[in-house]
Every structure is written in structure tokens, then in C-alpha cells.
Write a protein that binds this ligand. Structure first.
Ligand SMILES: Nc1ncnc2c1ncn2[C@@H]1O[C@H](COP(=O)(O)OP(=O)(O)OP(=O)(O)O)[C@@H](O)[C@H]1O
Length: 232
């Protein structure tokens, strides 16, 4: 199992008390599996992703990544796990305006200590494999929304993560581009054997995923037609 969340409880301060957003949630995704998390606005989808991505620590429960329990890691240790095991793709692509497509990716691998030559070769390969040959030296404003999102996905894959966490990747895209981006994620999960968790409002995209679940009232409910994970 690439990522496994067990008995996660998360609450936020709310007035004088606390509001429980995730209430004893179990969730797991294995390598090569593409899982969507949906649910109403404010239900806790992004919070679940943030717990999985070690960006916030739950009140209780365990996050296990590639078999290692993340409980009790300090901030530096969590940063290392995020860099080595996890990739992130955010809603609006979050690319740095002054960097070219290749440089956006090189920055990730520079942080991991690779040489400039190694990182350029790897970034170029990855961008080409995502259909971005011809756009390698363009800056974000010279790319379409769909191309920007593909650069962001390539950046998320740069350090060869076990788990790619994707938050609303299609919110800024039209119907066709949005379908292309989700189909690309489906291919990548299989071809690169990476676990992909995608938070989405867009129920029309759920035909492309292996499995879908919804956050409702703090719990995670498998959606009809989706296949529950076979491994526990
Ligand atoms: N840092 C925070 N402090 C207090 N409350 C928070 C915080 N972050 C999120 N919340 C609340 O927790 C709930 C869940 O938020 P979350 O962003 O996880 O929902 P979501 O399902 O991703 O929503 P959306 O679809 O609108 O992005 C919401 O009611 C939100 O207001």
C-alpha cells in the first residue's frame, strides 16, 4: 500500500470550541491506483489531502506511507518524506511566473540535490512524455491553462513520488482540457505505478478513476460503482 490513513480525526478551532471535520476516517491507495475524493464544499476534502500530504497533523490517527508510520516525525523529517515520497498538484498550477517549464521542474530536483545536467535531462524527458515538447522554454504566461496544468503534474512527478496528491486540477479548465488532464492522470497512475489521489467537485470525471469516495459529515463513503481496494 502506498498510502494508508487509519482512524484519522481532525478538528479545527471554531468559536469557543472545535469543529470535527474528519471523524475516524480510514483511507488507502495502492501503487498504480487512481482514486477520486469528492463531496460538498466545506466537507473536508482538502483537509484530507493535507493530512495525507503531512501538511497538517491530525488530532489522532496514523498516516503510513510506503509502510512507514509518519506519527511523531518532526517538521524536518516530514519535509524529507514530502520531498522523497510525495508529489503535489494544486488547483491553479502554482507555477512560478519567471521560470520556464524546464526550470519549474529543475527547481524540485535541485532541492533534492541533483546536478543541473541530471535535472535538466530528467525534466526534459518528463515534459516530453507529457506532450510538452516544443514548450520546454516557455514561461507560464506563454502556455495555455491545460499546458500549465501538465507542467504542474510533471513537476509533481519530478522526484518520482509513491503518491501524487492532486487538488481540483481541472477547476480552471474547459470541458475538453479538463477531460484530457484527468485522462492523463489515469494513464500516469498505471504507467508510472504511482498512487494518485485527486480531490474534485467534478462528478463527470469519475468514469476515468479506479475508485471514488465522498466525504460526508466527517466520514468517507465509497461511491456506487467504484471498486473498493482489495488489499487491507
Ligand atoms: N485552518 C482552518 N481553520 C479553521 N477551519 C478550517 C480551516 N481549514 C478549513 N477549515 C474548515 O474546515 C471545513 C473543511 O474545509 P476543507 O477546505 O477541507 O473543505 P473542502 O471540502 O476541501 O471544501 P471546498 O470544496 O470548498 O474546497 C470547512 O468548513 C472549512 O471552513
Amino acid at each position: 500500500m502506498s498510502i494508508c490513513l487509519r482512524n484519522i480525526v481532525l478538528s479545527y478551532p471554531d468559536g469557543d470550541g472545535h469543529r470535527r471535520v474528519l471523524d475516524d476516517v480510514d483511507f488507502e491507495v495502492r501503487r498504480g491506483e487512481f482514486v477520486a475524493v469528492t463531496g460538498p464544499s466545506g466537507s473536508g476534502k482538502s483537509s484530507l489531502l493535507a493530512v495525507a500530504g503531512l501538511l497538517i497533523t491530525p488530532d489522532s490517527g496514523r498516516v503510513v506511507i510506503d509502510g512507514s508510520d509518519m506519527t511523531g516525525l518532526d517538521r524536518d523529517e516530514r519535509t524529507t518524506v514530502r520531498r522523497e515520497k510525495l508529489g503535489f498538484v494544486f488547483q491553479q498550477s502554482n507555477l512560478l511566473p519567471s521560470l520556464t517549464a524546464v526550470e519549474q521542474l529543475q527547481m524540485m530536483s535541485h532541492l533534492a540535490g541533483d546536478s543541473v545536467r541530471e535535472s535538466r535531462a530528467r525534466a526534459t524527458d518528463l515534459l516530453c512524455s507529457l506532450g510538452l515538447d516544443g514548450h520546454l522554454d516557455r514561461r507560464p504566461h506563454q502556455l495555455s491553462g491545460g499546458q500549465r496544468q501538465r507542467v504542474a503534474i510533471a513537476r509533481g512527478l519530478m522526484n518520482d513520488p509513491s503518491v501524487l496528491l492532486v487538488d481540483e486540477p481541472t477547476s480552471a479548465l474547459d470541458e475538453n482540457r479538463s477531460r484530457e488532464v484527468v485522462a492523463l492522470l489515469a494513464d500516469l497512475s498505471r504507467d508510472r505505478d504511482v498512487a494518485i489521489v485527486m480531490v474534485t467537485h467534478d462528478l463527470s470525471r469519475l468514469t476515468l478513476v479506479d475508485r471514488a469516495c465522498a466525504v460526508r459529515n466527517g466520514t468517507l463513503i465509497p461511491l456506487p460503482g467504484s471498486v473498493p481496494s482489495a488489499i487491507h
